[in-house]
Design a protein around this ligand. Sequence first.
Ligand SMILES: Nc1nc2c([nH]c(=O)n2[C@H]2C[C@H](O)[C@@H](COP(=O)(O)OP(=O)(O)OP(=O)(O)O)O2)c(=O)[nH]1
Length: 132
Amino acid sequence: MKKNVHVVGAIIENDKHEFFCALRNPNMVLANYLEFPGGKIEDGESPEQALTREILEEFNCSIQVGKKVEDTIHEYEKFIVRLETYKASIIKGEPVVLEHAEIRWVPRNQLLDLNFAPADIPAINKLLAEGK
Ligand SMILES: Nc1nc2c([nH]c(=O)n2[C@H]2C[C@H](O)[C@@H](COP(=O)(O)OP(=O)(O)OP(=O)(O)O)O2)c(=O)[nH]1
């Protein structure tokens, strides 16, 4: 049976209307895909707590979590992910690359052209619809 993972991702927009995207490392699962920063929810955590912890651990900055954007289940070849995405804003610090290959700030109209993890596409479609 495929493993299930429950993951949260932050949708962070800067004042130039670009979105915070992180490029996964070649040695990570889903190597070289872009993703919204975040990670797995641990036992006993709320999605908001998990997201705040992950962004601090992986990018050394503090966020405030806002409204939920999307809640999707996507079946990959080896596992099934439930990805919940939330709007968020950085309230302390500047993101630093600690575990990813790089950080990119991407304008809304370029999101769909990039190599995003397939589970993220419904959230991206919501962002595109919002921008119309
Ligand atoms: N963070 C994040 N993960 C995503 C997205 N889309 C997507 O399919 N995923 C997948 C990639 C991974 O298989 C999984 C997240 O796991 P991870 O390994 O990055 O999370 P983690 O930081 O908790 O990792 P670990 O401690 O278990 O190593 O969800 C997304 O937008 N953001």
